[in-house]
Design a protein. Sequence first.
Length: 167
Amino acid sequence: MAHPITMYGTPVLHQKTKPVTDFGPELRQLIEDMFASMAQAQGVGLAANQIGVDLQVFVVDCPDDTGKHVVAHIVNPKLELSAPPRNLDVGEEGCLSVPGQVAEVARTEIASVTGLDMNGDPIRIDGTGTLARCLQHEYDHLQGMMYVDRLTTKERKKVLAAASLPR
C-alpha cells in the first residue's frame, strides 16, 4: 500500500535512521509499501524515512549510464564511493520530500552500496551515472541528510521557498 511522502522539515528526515534488526514479515511489507509509494509518486528512489519510518532501508528503480535498469532494495546499507572521489559529476537532483524542485549537486560518478536484502542475505549494488547519484542520494536520507543540505544557504532557501517548505 502506498503511503504519503514525508516532507522536508519533518524530524524523521533530519536524523540518522536506526538499523533493521528484525527481518520478518513486517520488513517485507515495508519494502513492498516503499515500492508502491515510490511508484505512485513517480520517483526513482525512496528511503524509509520518506514515508515516516525510522529504519535503514531504501529502494531504487533507476537506470545506470549503460541503460541497465536496476530495481532493488537494500537494508542497513554502507556506501562506498570511488576512491579518491576526484571524478565529481555535477547534475540536477530533486527529491520527493521537496516536491517540484531541482538543484545542481556534485556527486561521485561511481558508487556502491553493500548491505542486506529483506531476508538478511548480503547484497551489493554497483552504480554509475544516474544510479550512482541515486544510491548516494538515498543513502544520505538514511543519515539524516537531504540534497538541499548540500547546497549553499542561499540556494537552499530559494529551493525550499519555491516548494513552500520551511527554511
